[in-house]
Ligand binder design. Structure first.
Ligand SMILES: Nc1ncnc2c1ncn2[C@@H]1O[C@H](COP(=O)(O)OP(=O)(O)OP(=O)(O)O)[C@@H](O)[C@H]1O
Length: 715
């Protein structure tokens, strides 16, 4: 019987088959698991990166700025849990603490008070611009911290705080003439670095004493780049003010504090030849506004995630002709049409209006409200009455009203005697009781008198000028809603917050401020005035930190209150250039104007706008007007700080004041360039002749180089 061959498989023992199956199954399962876990891992990371996108700093991994990213905990330890005892200052957006790192290094830690669109924007600006710059004339930004809703900036510590505090605070006498002159020179050099040493140029946009910090040796450094802008020349074609910026590279050489060449440590923002690729991270602003542009501007683009900034810097000649003239480089991406809405055309005629006007909040009611198609930068937001809304004058009026508090001002009793009866002002009426009737009268009185003092010469010219009033609210919407609408879900959050009454001072600012201020005013009137109150157009009222003395002390005559550190929508009241004034073009000459005001403040030891109780002293209330009057009378040295007595260099003082007047010319193109200013201050160039309006009669005894050198050698 033939034997039957069974299939090989069947011949194998069953245990072998089982093992193979098990092995196969195990392999399949583990492979599946690996694949699934890989997918999960990938998805998790994808989700994580999406979720954390808004929390990341707007630099990509190739961060050229080498800023240190601090842990919140680290800064908390450095400042003893942000202890109030470590507070060294308070600005509109945040509180500044003194801190000490583990390594023993002293730092200044600025923590933003609230996270909103404005503060986020300024935070980004500070990082992008100041973070990309290194100069002995600029405060060094060491690092930052972004964790959850915390936004913190870490700076080098400046032991002598701000110029504001040195001039108007306790250290009053520590600023002798030499130091003042050096400070002016340092600030000029800092601006020289920004305007001429950087490519593209950086425009600070908010030069004022509280943004000038003093180091151990009282050398001045510029800080606060929250409102700064990068000027990308190519984008706008012809420079509006015919500045020969091309010579910047030729002119600029990195300088150390003593003015010596220090070429070995070029700042990040130095000319292209010294840094083949400018590391400004900055150009983001330009990029966002230049959709039509094509050619790159040698600026290293950054990957900005945070607030939907477009980081592809471009600045090319291929720009719409409507953008041909210099315009502000905004940090926000406005569509093409938004540009047209946002930027008002420059108008020589309007810019020739006397500057005293913009200090004259006062002028609000006296303005001809007739229609005109032209709008002028600041004009509309000073003069919005007739709309039924609170105009800027009202804010300032309220503010001034709140400062005029007999009970809290020891000088008041003396001064009130000199107030003429015809003013119909009963100064003995306590402010708290005059809430409805007397308070406005008191304020009207102040404004009327200020008006008389400052605006005589303007009234004629203004009669024929017709202007279309523009509401601040409208402007705000134009500027921000377009911006916000691009921020998708962020907008929804913000809108929800607004609806819930979240504190967003720029929304419906007028009413918000009005009611908020009135409420505070009533409350404060009962306990005396709020000596620390400060008015901010940018963020509404801010309460000064008791440690910050800079803004609330008396300086000069009776009581003079500061509007100087009130930050406007863009820039600061009294320091902002007339052609810019909140929404116009931010060009180098705007910084020059602010420098002019700063010089006068440094020389005179006075704030640019003093609110004085006595009409006798009104001529001095507006520092710029007063200086112009003195110049016409040929007596500018009367402006020099009385506290210096005779211990100052008359030639230098003369030079500074004349230079300031030159910087304060209404026409931006007439103001000197920063390179010239530095040369003039160093005695390497003569001051150009001042226009007739400032010249004493007979024509100016201008300060000449030869004369100055003679004096210097005599000294
Ligand atoms: N690096 C620093 N070192 C020492 N003090 C500083 C430093 N930075 C700021 N301060 C102090 O903190 C104060 C507030 O500064 P901050 O820049 O926040 O506000 P500001 O410029 O006064 O106001 P705003 O932000 O409204 O323009 C300064 O006036 C200064 O006294």
């Amino acid at each position: 019987m033939p034997s039957r061959h069974l299939p090989a498989t069947t011949l194998r023992p069953p245990s072998f088959l089982t093992k193979t199956r098990i092995l196969f199954l195990a392999l399949t399962i583990s492979a599946t698991l690996v694949i699934i876990s890989s997918i999960i891992y990938f998805l998790y990371h994808f989700w994580h990166s999406l979720v954390n996108r808004n929390k990341t700093i707007p630099f990509d991994s190739s961060d050229p700025l080498k800023l240190e990213r601090f842990q919140y905990k680290e800064l908390k330890n450095a400042t003893s849990d942000f202890d109030a005892a470590n507070v060294i200052g308070k600005g509109g957006s945040g509180t500044v603490f003194r801190g000490i790192l583990k390594c023993g290094k002293l730092i200044a830690v600025k923590r933003l008070d609230a996270l909103n669109l404005q503060s986020e924007r300024e935070f980004q600006n500070e990082l992008q611009i100041l973070g990309g710059l290194r100069s002995p004339f600029l405060v060094t930004l060491l690092g930052y911290c972004v964790e959850k809703n915390n936004r913190i900036l870490v700076y080098e510590y400046m032991p002598n705080r701000s110029l504001q505090e040195s001039l108007f605070g306790e250290g009053l006498l520590s600023l002798g003439w030499e130091r003042r002159f050096e400070i002016v020179l340092d600030v000029a050099r800092a601006l020289e670095f920004l305007h001429l040493g950087c490519d593209p140029p950086v425009i600070h946009g908010d030069i004022k004493p509280s943004n000038i910090l003093l180091d151990f040796d009282y050398r001045a450094k510029i800080s606060d780049f929250g409102l700064s802008r990068i000027k990308v020349e190519g984008e706008f074609g012809v420079d509006m003010f015919s500045q020969d910026l091309g010579k910047s590279q030729e002119l600029w050489k990195s300088q150390d504090l003593s003015g010596n060449l220090a070429a070995e440590t070029p700042a990040i923002g130095t000319p292209v030849e010294s840094a083949s690729e400018v590391d400004f991270a900055l150009a983001l602003q330009a990029s966002s506004s230049s959709k039509n542009s094509k050619k790159s501007c040698k600026v290293k683009a950054l990957n900005l995630n945070s607030v939907n900034y477009n980081a592809n810097i471009a600045c090319e000649s291929d720009v719409k002709s409507s953008h041909a003239k210099g315009k502000e480089v905004s940090s926000v991406d406005f569509g093409g049409d938004d540009w047209n809405n946002r930027f008002v055309p420059y108008d020589d005629e309007l810019s020739s209006i006397d500057h005293s006007k913009e200090l004259n909040i006062i002028a609000c009611n006296g303005v001809d409200d007739a229609e005109d198609t032209k709008q002028w930068g600041k004009d509309w937001w000073w003069k919005q009455d007739g709309s039924g809304e609170l105009c800027s004058k009202d804010y300032v009026t309220e503010w001034i009203g709140s400062q005029i508090c007999p009970s809290s001002n020891p000088d008041w009793d003396d001064e009130k005697k000199s107030i003429p009866e015809k003013s119909d002002l009963d100064v003995s009426t306590p402010v708290d009781k005059s809430e409805n009737a007397d308070e406005p009268r008191l304020q009207e009185f102040m404004f009327e008198n200020l008006n008389k003092g400052f605006e005589k010469r303007e009234s004629k010219g203004r009669k024929n000028r017709k202007r279309k009033p523009r509401k601040m609210q409208e402007w705000w919407k134009e500027e921000h809603l377009a911006e916000i609408s691009k921020k998708g879900s962020k907008l929804k959050n913000l809108e929800t917050k607004w609806k819930k009454g979240f504190k967003m001072p720029r929304f419906d600012l007028g009413k918000w401020l009005y009611f908020h201020r009135r409420k505070n005013f009533r409350e404060q009137s009962q306990d005396g005035c709020d000596q620390n109150g400060e008015f901010s157009f940018r963020r509404g009222w801010k309460k000064k930190n008791p440690h910050s003395v800079g803004s609330d002390v008396h300086s000069g005559d009776i009581f003079s209150r500061e509007l100087s550190s009130t930050t406007s929508m863009r820039g600061t009241l009294c320091y902002v250039a007339p052609e810019y004034g909140g929404c116009g073009y931010l060009m180098e000459k705007a910084d020059i104007y602010s420098l002019g005001v700063l010089i006068l403040v440094v020389v005179s030891g006075r704030r640019p706008l003093h609110v004085l109780a006595s009409p006798m002293k009104l001529e001095k209330a507006n520092l710029i007007s007063w200086c112009r009057q003195l110049a016409q009378a040929g007596n500018i040295l009367e402006l020099v700080d009385e506290r210096l007595k005779d211990e100052y260099n008359k030639d230098q003082a003369n030079l500074c004041i004349n230079l300031a007047l030159s910087c304060l010319q209404k026409m931006p193109e007439l103001r000197p360039e920063i390179g010239e200013i530095v040369k003039i201050l160093r005695g390497d160039m003569d001051l150009p002749p001042l226009p007739f309006e400032f010249s004493p009669s007979p024509p100016s005894k201008l300060y000449s180089r030869s004369r100055r050198k003679r004096t210097a050698s005599a000294d």
